[in-house]
Design a protein around this ligand. Structure first.
Ligand code: BG6
Length: 481
């Protein structure tokens, strides 16, 4: 691991406090930060280095998964400096360069620079332009850029953004974060299957009936109406997280691949994802919006009543779809995806449903399809559902075989992803091709939205979503698990 500088744009923002500082601290505790690292936090307001370090400490105390240790805290905090910065003023970048170089000299470290953009999308353009104009990117060591979502709001804006970034960074230097790719279960799926030939042999095209991917949330729009009411579930969750899970599941489940081919193979999958023309969208896609209801017996308001949401909003807070992957490994096996806010529980999981033999049904009473469930969050587990006969009767009943590991105190997604970026491993970051093809798949659906070709189904808060989503699977004689 090489010594380096981390320049964090947006260091006083929410993500930095909740995720990035705790991630850096936990990496530090695990000996996964370079021996010498200069961390420079940028924000608009003036604060002193000491005040910034106290802010970092406060964030660790509030959000770190491991408690703060007095013995090493001063050493950790000593790596941080603060720089008051206005992204729109060229002079800011020149002064930033002076500070970066001064710290590089003080610490006697090479000019390896990792720039982390945790800022409003409107600032990305001006920041990357000025990184170049100021010479911050003309260093002797390596340079890398980590960028947060949203990566554009449609295919056009995503392409424009990418062209902009590419004027300063090469594709290999750009690390597009999708925190779902940092979830430990997603990261270890490949090795888990490699380590368990039993699982591998189950994941056979001949045996699989369908694959279901669910990312349900209990929370509503919270305080983000400004962004969310324009983005909707389709941009907020589907274009990125859900399609990334589709690619990951489709990639690993039927065949194990050398890790360095991961991104190329994911591109192959997303390329094979059959486009849904806007005229056919209503046959394969269900969009919904939450109404008032109860979450764990507590009444909650509907989406249109939320603060900052237009009372006539047609924004989707729920999205479900039937996908077909035109790839030899997935011929005839549908993928169903769904995500929603204000659902009955928080759960992200991939379910593989196996074909069910209905021969001589009198002898097989009570049986139901075998399922392999990969739970990604909030808990991590792998379980297999099989049919067992009740000792006293002739009926079968489903029983779960649980391969759960103890997932307490697992590293957080941001820890794993930051560590990868420090090492220069981009396996679990979204390649431009994946992002571009995802937007291409989304585009006709956005058009269907605009042209009012897709009804918006209301659903009760605390439910499993609109009935239309159940009907979508019933058409194929399936149901959501
Ligand atoms: C974010 C979305 O990317 O992912 C949020 O913007 C969503 O709307 C969140 O709540 C869900 O992430 P997780 O890790 O809690 O499943």
């Amino acid at each position: 691991m090489e010594d380096m500088t981390l320049v964090l744009f947006g260091a006083t923002g929410d993500l930095a406090q909740r995720k990035l500082f705790p991630a850096l601290y936990n990496l530090y505790l695990d000996g996964k930060l370079p021996a010498k690292v200069s961390i420079i936090g940028l924000g608009r307001k003036y604060i002193s280095d000491e005040a910034f370090q106290s802010k970092v400490e406060k964030a660790l105390r509030a959000y770190s998964r491991r408690s703060v240790q007095a013995s090493n805290l001063p050493d950790f905090l000593s790596k941080f400096r603060y720089f008051t910065f206005d992204a729109t003023i060229a002079e800011s970048y020149e002064k930033l360069l002076e500070l970066v170089e001064r710290r590089e000299n003080e610490l006697e470290i090479p000019q390896n620079r990792l720039f982390y953009l945790s800022v409003a999308p409107s600032l990305v353009d001006v920041i990357t332009t000025n990184l170049h104009a100021s010479g911050l990117d003309q260093n002797e060591g390596w340079k890398r850029l980590i960028i947060e979502k949203p990566f554009g709001s449609n295919i056009k804006t995503a392409r424009r953004l990418n062209d902009k970034l590419r004027q300063t960074f090469s594709e290999e230097e750009i690390y597009r974060i999708d925190h779902y790719l940092g979830k430990p279960m997603v990261q270890s799926l490949n090795t888990l299957i490699l380590a368990n030939p039993v699982l591998d042999s189950l994941l056979d095209q001949k045996l699989i009936s369908n694959v279901q991917i669910t990312a349900s949330e209990v929370v509503g729009v919270e305080t983000r109406a400004d962004y969310y009411d324009k983005a909707g579930a389709i941009r907020d969750m589907v274009q990125n997280h859900l399609l990334q899970l589709v690619m990951t599941a489709a990639l690993y489940l039927p065949e194990n691949l050398a890790e360095n081919k991961t991104r190329a193979k994911k591109t192959e999958i997303i390329k094979s994802l059959r486009l849904i023309p806007k005229e056919e969208a209503h046959q394969h896609v269900v969009r919904g919006q939450y109404e008032a209801g109860e979450i764990h017996d507590v009444p909650v308001i509907g989406y249109k009543e939320e603060q900052g949401v237009d009372a006539s909003s047609k924004n989707d807070t729920y999205f479900a779809a039937r996908l077909a992957i035109d790839h030899p490994a997935w011929e005839g096996i549908p993928f169903y995806i769904r995500t929603g806010k204000r659902m009955d529980k928080k759960s992200t999981q991939i379910v593989v449903e196996f074909k069910h033999k209905m021969v001589d049904s009198t002898k097989l009473q009570g049986t139901s399809p075998n399922l392999l469930v990969l739970e990604i969050s909030p808990n991590e587990s792998i379980s297999l559902r099989v049919n067992l006969k009740e000792p006293s009767g002739s009926q079968f009943k489903p029983v779960w075989i649980d391969f759960s590991t103890n997932s307490e105190n697992q590293p957080e997604a941001y820890e794993l992803l930051l560590f990868d970026a420090i090492l220069g491993d981009s396996t679990f970051f979204a390649h431009w091709k994946e992002v571009e093809l995802s937007w291409e798949w989304i585009e006709p659906l956005l058009e269907a939205y605009q042209e009012d070709l897709l009804p918006l189904h209301p659903y009760r808060s605390g439910s499993t979503g609109p009935e239309a989503a159940d009907e979508l699977l019933q058409e194929d004689q399936h149901k959501w698990w």
